[in-house]
Design a protein around this ligand. Structure first.
Ligand code: DGL
Length: 255
């Protein structure tokens, strides 16, 4: 048993989509959310830059006593997860990957669209997952141009965001995809807009939130890290940006 917090880290607001799953399934666990904010977006940074940023962030969460860290960012996972696991080898570090495996198992049209950041789509792990599970499936790799910025600006409901989403999603459907993978933790915040663009066409939209939550639970059990049943959870929100940004993180999580 361990009442220390679980750390959840992302470049900004995106990891809150994972935070929500964790808080819903594990309401007694204390959580510290660290949304960098100052260096967001990560998507077009180099691997070295992201590794440095991720090392600092995970280091800060470890210093605050986290018993586990969830890198709730596909981009940071692609660039740095092995490095982080070596560097902080005394605690479990969970990464996030686009849900390519379930998508390839699910598709009937044999065309799948993966929307993610530039860095995630060239990651070694992602490409090897494609090789392993994508046989016989055409996987369309598409950058969600402007998606992260829209979520960071709280602009999910604005008409210009729907236009942005339409420009990315429509060609994927036109090419025959019946599954669209949201390969960036910011994108589930655009879920309503994406579903509106999909309309009544038979296209499944999936993300990795639930799978990550299950993985966290299995690691909590494996290492006997679950908190006590009467634990009074602490929910903390941190950022390297200013106080206004930090407060927006908290608001977005709890509303
Ligand atoms: N939320 C992130 C991801 O899952 C990173 C987005 C960004 O900073 O570009 O990839």
């Amino acid at each position: 048993m361990n009442n220390n917090p679980i750390g959840v880290y992302d470049s900004g607001f995106g990891g809150l989509s994972v935070w929500r799953e964790l808080h819903r399934a594990l309401p007694r666990e204390s959580l510290i959310y660290l949304g960098d904010g100052k260096n967001c977006p990560y998507g077009n940074k180099t691997e070295e830059q992201i590794r440095e940023l991720a090392e600092r962030a995970v280091g800060d969460l470890v210093e605050r006593g986290c018993k586990m860290v969830v890198v709730a960012c596909n981009t940071a996972t692609a660039a740095a997860i092995e490095y982080l696991r070596e560097r902080f080898s005394h605690l479990p570090i969970v990464g996030l990957e686009p849900a390519v495996k379930p998508a390839c198992a699910m598709t009937r049209s044999k065309v799948v669209g993966v929307i993610a950041t530039e860095r995630s789509l060239v990651g070694r792990k992602f490409l090897s997952t494609l090789e392993r599970y994508g046989e016989g499936v055409e996987v369309l790799k598409v950058v969600g141009e402007g998606f992260v910025e829209a979520v960071e600006a709280d602009a999910e409901q604005e008409p210009r965001t729907e236009e942005l989403v339409r420009r990315v999603v429509e060609p994927i459907i036109e090419r025959g995809a019946d599954v669209i993978v949201l390969g960036c933790t910011h994108y589930p915040f655009l879920g309503d807009v994406i579903r509106r663009v999909v309309g009544d066409r038979e296209v499944a939209v999936i993300d990795s939130g639930e799978a990550v939550e299950k993985r966290v639970e299995s690691l909590l059990d494996k290492f006997s890290l679950r908190c006590a049943e009467d634990n009074v959870p602490r929910l903390e929100f941190l950022s390297y940006a200013d106080e206004e940004y930090r407060a927006r993180l908290e608001h977005k999580a709890l509303r």
